[in-house]
Design a protein around this ligand. Sequence first.
Ligand SMILES: *[C@@H]1O[C@H](CO)[C@@H](O)[C@H](O)[C@H]1NC(C)=O
Ligand SMILES: *[C@@H]1O[C@H](CO)[C@@H](O)[C@H](O)[C@H]1NC(C)=O
Length: 488
Amino acid sequence: MRVVEKMLLRRRAGRTDTLTYLLASACALIVFLVCSILYGTRSDNPSLPTLVKEVLPAGRCLCQYSTVFTCDTCLDCAASQSAFYENATNHNIGSEEERWVFQYSRDSHNYGLDEDQCHVAFPGLFEDIERAKNQRTVLGKVTERLLSSFNLSKGMVRAMIYNGELYVLQTYLVDNVNRQKALAVLASLHRAITSAPVQAPIENVEFVFSVEDLPAQPNKPIWTLARRAQDTSLWLIPDFGFWSWDMPDLGTFSEVADEARQRETVEPWDSKRERLVWRGKISFAPKLRRALLDAARGKSWSDVGQVAWSTPNYKDQFLGPVDQCGYMFIAHAEGRSYSGALKYRQLCRSVIVSHKLQWIQHHHYLMRATGPLQNYVEVERDFSDLNNVMQDLLAHPEKAKRIADNSVQTFRERYLTPAAEACYWRELVKKWKEVSFDPVLYDGVEIGDGRLKRTQKRGVRYETFMLYEYPKQMEYPKSAEMSPAIGP
Ligand SMILES: *[C@@H]1O[C@H](CO)[C@@H](O)[C@H](O)[C@H]1NC(C)=O
Ligand SMILES: *[C@@H]1O[C@H](CO)[C@@H](O)[C@H](O)[C@H]1NC(C)=O
């Protein structure tokens, strides 16, 4: 692999040359990769052959990076990424009047980029949508019957977009956290719909999404926050935190991003502490997170500790997401499933040190653990190589700085912007429509002897649903009938 990389670098002079070479290698590698990955992901063998292990976490294409999962659009991904790379290294080619390019300062908060702009700005962002769609093409379209064939489990909402408006059809929310997450997801989808360019109307779609960390019914076509490689029926959505999360020092995601930028002006790279920071709750993933604590214990480079809410001075140990930016290195560990903290960590100009991830979120395809575009550092799931990795980073500050800069360029200034979030939602709706049914706004209601007498509008508009009181939102529509109506 190393040799191939070096050759690639040398040959970068000729662009067509590089592309052809890349595509050819990609083709040959894909057969090898698919076989290795199939074996690697299915095998129960604790010690995989070295060769298989090597391609598992970090194949040639971005799609295989970091997480152990397969990717059906690898070739497209490789091609567009290499084009992106070319563009990134040749800022000066062409003028901006000739072709539109994404500019962070101008476009990051633009929720209304059109489809072409979305694709130019965010190559590789739509990988999982493409994967899920292809999977659905094989399995057959999502029908109304399929969507109605399972009951909602806790944290799920059935909803619909009709004539560009968002409707809530059914909810099963069990507590206030569930409710807040569901509202946040609905709100950010609603924002993406209402900001869509007028010339490209949003399709009518019906869907079920879940806000639980762990997918309760991973074999159903449900929109979820994260999935494992084997959960091929699931479709990924941006997590509720992109709208907002009501915790100290959080708030809307773009607020935290602005805060991180602000902090950087007073706390630039050179003034950061040369230590690895981590705060979190051990109990969310005891084995994994304890391994991190063990690996960091007593090391001169470590500021790794758990948040113990019960101790009197927990406020001193607590570090807000932006406070973590004060460190050059930030550790990341998965929680019950994925950890929502990753996206905040990626807002810092710091080096993310993460174990090999199992859970995939919509933006994970953009993570790279090697090469000139490396934007995080990957360690083993048991953190056995953490000390060596830290020693290496401390000995090569210029490399650490480059990884941190790449992370900012890739995530804070591109794939985690509000513009990217809105683009992702609209692409999701569009591709879901290609493999699912046409929803109806009116349902037949049987009255009396069973003959169809009248029709009834389904669900409630999001604008109205968000005004409902707490109990009414929980198990809609059942809970709405039970709560007393507010009279005029
Ligand atoms: C790279 O630039 C070319 C024009 O030079 C453009 O057509 C292409 O879309 C760009 N690719 C990416 C991924 O930005
Ligand atoms: C859904 O719930 C209803 C009522 O609790 C039950 O009768 C039905 O069997 C459930 N359906 C499935 C597919 O689990």
